[in-house]
Design a protein around this ligand. Structure first.
Ligand code: FAD
Length: 469
C-alpha cells in the first residue's frame, strides 16, 4: 500500500483534490477487476478526475513519476482490458458524465466520456433522435469504454459500430497533452484522421475524455419476427431480401442455433416458438416510423421466403409483449456467468463462411470433448459468431486448462478461415496470445510503432492488446 504521504500521491491529491484520489482499502474492491472475471489486482491508487484539465494534470504526474495508468469505464469489458496492471493507477471518468450539448437538427451530441451508454440513448430519445449503438451492458458501460473497445451490439447491421457514430474526440496523451479533435464534420480530409487511432485502442494510446457522436432520426416503430431457417445460406438470402424490401430498416438480424435455443427455452420457461425443432432461428427487427407498414413488409418477405423454401416456419410478434418475449430468448446471454462456466468466443468471419465454420467448430470440439456443452449464436448481418463452451462439460480439467484447450481448437480454425479472434469485445489481456491468428507480422510491427510514437514510456494500459518487446 502506498502511504498518503508518498510524494507522488501527495502531488496527485494537490492536483485533483482529496476526494479524487483513493488508495489502499478506500479503493472499492470492484475496481480491482472487470466483468471478464480476470484475477483481481489492487491498483496503487484510484483517480477520479472531474475535468479534462484534471485528466491532463494526472497524466503529467504519472509521466513524471513513470507510473502506468489503466483507464477504467463501466468495467463491463469482456477481455480484461480495464484490469489494473502491477504498480499502476486506475483512472475512472465516472465524474465526467455530462451530456454537454445535443443538437437534434444537426443530430450531434457532445458528451463526456464517463456518460453511460444508456444516458446517451435516453438524451437522444428525449430530443426525438436515436443513438445507433445498443448492447446489453448499456446501463453500466460508458461512452469512453464503448469507444475504446469500438463496441458493436445488436444495431451494427443498421448503423455500424462505435467508429461509425463518431464525428469528433478529445483525448489526453500519456504525457498529458490534450488532443482536441472535436470537429463535428463528416468531410475533413486534412491529413491523418487521428481520432480513428484511439477508437478500438483499448486505452493503450490515450484517455478519451469527450466525444461528438452522430445521432439518427428517431425510429419509434418496430416489427419483430422469428423465422426458422434450414441453414445459414438461406438466412443470408432472407436478410438480403429484407434489406431490399426495407432499405436501411433492418435493425437486427440475430441467429440462434438449436443448441442455444434449447438452453434459452429451458432457462426462461417460455413456450417453444415452433412445434418442430429447426436447426437455426433468425430473430429480426425492422424499424421505422410506420408500424403497420413494417409489419406488412415483414409478413410479405417471410411469406414469399416460405414459398421459396428459405424459411421453414415463422412467427410475427403481434404486440410489444410478444416481441419482448422473442427477444428474451436471445438475451439469455446475460445469464451465462451464473448458469455456465463459460469460455466465450467473439469471432468475425466473412458472412458466407459462418455456417461451415460453426459446424467445423462443433465437430472439432466433439472429437476432442465428446458431450461438450457449446452454444452458438451471432449477429449474422455483421458476420459475427459467438460461441460459448461450458468448461464444466469438458471433464476434469481446471478452467484454465479447459480454456486453453478449447481456444487452441477454435482459434486454429479462425486462422485457417482468415477470420478475426475478436469481432467486438477487443483483445485486452485475454486474447493477447491469439492476436497473431488475425494479424500478420507487418501489421503488428506497425501497431507497435504507433504505440511507441504516442506513448514512448509505455505507460498507458501497458501489457494490454500486445507486449512491446
Ligand atoms: P471497461 O470495461 O471499463 O473498459 C474497456 C476497455 O476500454 C479497457 O481497455 C479500458 O482501459 C478502456 N477504456 C475505458 N474507458 C476509457 C477511456 N475513457 N479512454 C480510453 N480507454 C478507456 N460488447 C459489444 O461490443 N457488443 C455487445 O453486444 C456486448 N454485449 C455485452 C453484454 C453484457 C451483458 C456485458 C457484460 C458486456 C457486453 N459487451 C458487449 C462488452 C462491453 O460492454 C463493451 O466492451 C463496452 O464497450 C465496455 O465499456 P466499459 O465502459 O464497461 O469499459
Amino acid at each position: 500500500m502506498t502511504p498518503l504521504s508518498h510524494p507522488f500521491i501527495q502531488a496527485l491529491t494537490e492536483a485533483l483534490g482529496a476526494d479524487a484520489v483513493r488508495t489502499g482499502d478506500t479503493i472499492p474492491p470492484e475496481r480491482h477487476t472487470d466483468w471478464s472475471g480476470t484475477q483481481p489486482l489492487a491498483p496503487l491508487a484510484w483517480l477520479r478526475p472531474a475535468s479534462t484539465a484534471q485528466v491532463s494534470a494526472a497524466l503529467r504526474l504519472c509521466h513524471a513519476h513513470r507510473v502506468p495508468v489503466v483507464p477504467q469505464g463501466g468495467l463491463t469489458g469482456l477481455a480484461g482490458g480495464a484490469v489494473p496492471t502491477p504498480g499502476s493507477v486506475a483512472l475512472s471518468l465516472e465524474r465526467m458524465s455530462a451530456i454537454e450539448t445535443l443538437d437534434p437538427v444537426a443530430r450531434v451530441a457532445t458528451v463526456q466520456a464517463g456518460a453511460t451508454l444508456q444516458a446517451v440513448q435516453e438524451a437522444a430519445q428525449a430530443a426525438g433522435c436515436l443513438f445507433g449503438v445498443d448492447l446489453g451492458a448499456r446501463g453500466s458501460c460508458q461512452i469512453g469504454g464503448n469507444l475504446a473497445t469500438n463496441a458493436g451490439g445488436n444495431g451494427v447491421v443498421q448503423f455500424g459500430m462505435m467508429r461509425e457514430q463518431t464525428l469528433g474526440l478529445e483525448v489526453v496523451l500519456a504525457d498529458g497533452t490534450v488532443l482536441d479533435m472535436l470537429r463535428p464534420m463528416v468531410k475533413n480530409n486534412t491529413g491523418y484522421d487521428l481520432k480513428q487511432f484511439f477508437i478500438g485502442a483499448e486505452g493503450t494510446l490515450g484517455i478519451i475524455t469527450r466525444a461528438q457522436l452522430r445521432l439518427q432520426p428517431a425510429q419509434p416503430a418496430r416489427a419483430t419476427a422469428l423465422a426458422a431457417v434450414p441453414d445459414v445460406t438461406s438466412a443470408l438470402e432472407l436478410l438480403g431480401r429484407l434489406q431490399a424490401r426495407a432499405p436501411g430498416g433492418v435493425a437486427a438480424f440475430e441467429l440462434m442455433w438449436q443448441d442455444f435455443l434449447r438452453h434459452a427455452l429451458d432457462w426462461t420457461g417460455l413456450p417453444r416458438p415452433f412445434d418442430e425443432d429447426h436447426p437455426l432461428l433468425a430473430l429480426t427487427d425492422l424499424s421505422g416510423s410506420d408500424q403497420p407498414a413494417l409489419a406488412h413488409a415483414l409478413e410479405e418477405v417471410l411469406g414469399q421466403a416460405m414459398e421459396d423454401g428459405l424459411v421453414l416456419d415463422a412467427v410475427l410478434a403481434q404486440s410489444q409483449a410478444q416481441a419482448t418475449g422473442l427477444w428474451r430468448l436471445r438475451e439469455i446471454t446475460a445469464e451465462f456467468p451464473s448458469r455456465l462456466s463459460p469460455i466465450n468466443f467473439d469471432i468475425s468471419l466473412p458472412q458466407a463462411a459462418i455456417g461451415a465454420f460453426a459446424d467445423r467448430c462443433m465437430a472439432a470440439l466433439s472429437a476432442r470433448f465428446p458431450g461438450h456443452r457449446s452454444l452458438r449464436f451471432g449477429h449474422l448481418g455483421d458476420g459475427n459468431l459467438h460461441l460459448s463452451t461450458d468448461a464444466r462439460s469438458l471433464g476434469d480439467l481446471s478452467f484454465a486448462e479447459a480454456e486453453h484447450a478449447v481456444e487452441a481448437i477454435v482459434y486454429a480454425l479462425v486462422a485457417e478461415a482468415g477470420g478475426s479472434v475478436s469481432a467486438e469485445h477487443g483483445i485486452g489481456l485475454h486474447k493477447k496470445p491469439h492476436l497473431s491468428a488475425s494479424r500478420g507480422p507487418a501489421e503488428l510491427a506497425a501497431m507497435r510503432a504507433i504505440k511507441r510514437a504516442l506513448d514512448p514510456l509505455n505507460l498507458l494500459n501497458p501489457g494490454k492488446v500486445f507486449d512491446l518487446d
